[in-house]
Design a protein around this ligand. Structure first.
Ligand SMILES: O=C(O)CCC(=O)C(=O)O
Length: 272
């Protein structure tokens, strides 16, 4: 079984050592700096979701610092995303630093695609551990196979959590809990995969970087809800429903020499 087989079958995969200890050592301070700065300003970044109760959350860190851009544009990460989706090229939807502080509760069950005005199912989120994440710090959980069932989501809430929990039991989707992860390990999940994460019951911040990729060539969909309407404006500025989903915020990240100049300092390594 390969990672790609796991992903196609289950809608999620674990990739150990996607980033090296050296890379994490170089990335972490840059990401921490951006997160602290945005948190200090109390900037809500035009988002309307309610994740702020659970995380210090900063979106599109690649626009806030050159170092963060290098990390988010890492071609090894994007290549893994393209391989998992089985597509030749992927674009950036957005990134997100998700720092879950000590004492923060569990992330309720949800489906990411509920939020995304994209006409494709070929979407994937990378969840990259920037620190070692032990069981009590809030690891990801996935309902295996749920990505094949279509749209079931709703806005993240306790009600949605209860409804999806019951649905997972009724549909007998096995729930796979990620094992403890080392800094540099990553999980990937499809936009349709139901997922949640544990509370942070430790005394350390759970530092994670997520990057969302979608297949190049996808089109913007007519927004199906208010969150999708805001996402269309914020993450696909200037794009109208039916247009190809590409704006200045959605560079092709794999292959690296496609239609956007890659940052000069990007790593040339292409092994996965
Ligand atoms: O990190 C978490 O607690 C949840 C992350 C998540 O839901 C996602 O990346 O889609």
């Amino acid at each position: 079984m390969t990672f790609t087989d796991d992903f196609q079958r289950d809608g999620h995969a674990l990739v150990r050592g996607l980033a090296s200890a050296e890379e994490i050592g170089a990335y972490r301070p840059a990401i921490e700096e951006v997160v602290s700065e945005v948190a200090r300003r109390g900037d809500a970044q035009e988002r309307i979701d309610d994740y702020s109760k659970l995380f210090t959350q900063v979106t599109n860190i690649w626009r806030l610092s050159e170092a963060a851009r290098e990390i988010v544009f890492n071609p090894r990460f994007a290549r893994a995303a393209a391989e998992l989706l089985g597509v030749p090229a992927v674009r950036l939807y957005h990134d997100q630093a998700l720092f879950k502080p000590p004492g923060a509760g569990r992330t309720p069950w949800h489906q990411d695609r509920y939020y995304w005005p994209l006409d494709t199912g070929a979407t994937v989120t990378m969840w990259l551990a920037l620190v070692d994440v032990e069981e009590e710090m809030g690891l990801m959980r996935f309902a295996s196979g749920s990505h094949r069932a279509g749209g079931m989501g709703d806005v993240i809430s306790d009600d949605t959590d209860r409804r999806l929990d019951a649905l997972i039991a009724a549909r007998r989707w096995p729930v796979w809990s990620a094992p403890p992860m080392r800094a540099g390990d990553a999980t990937f999940h499809a936009g349709g995969t139901l997922h949640s994460a544990g509370a942070n019951d430790s005394d350390r911040v759970r530092e994670v970087l997520t990057v969302i990729y979608y297949a190049d060539g996808a089109r913007a969909a007519e927004p199906a809800n208010e969150n999708q309407r805001v996402d269309l404006e914020v993450f696909l500025p200037g794009v109208r429903p039916g247009d190809e989903a590409k704006s200045g915020l959605n560079p092709i990240l794999w292959p690296i020499d496609c239609d956007y100049p890659s940052p000069s300092s990007i790593s040339p390594r292409r092994e996965t």
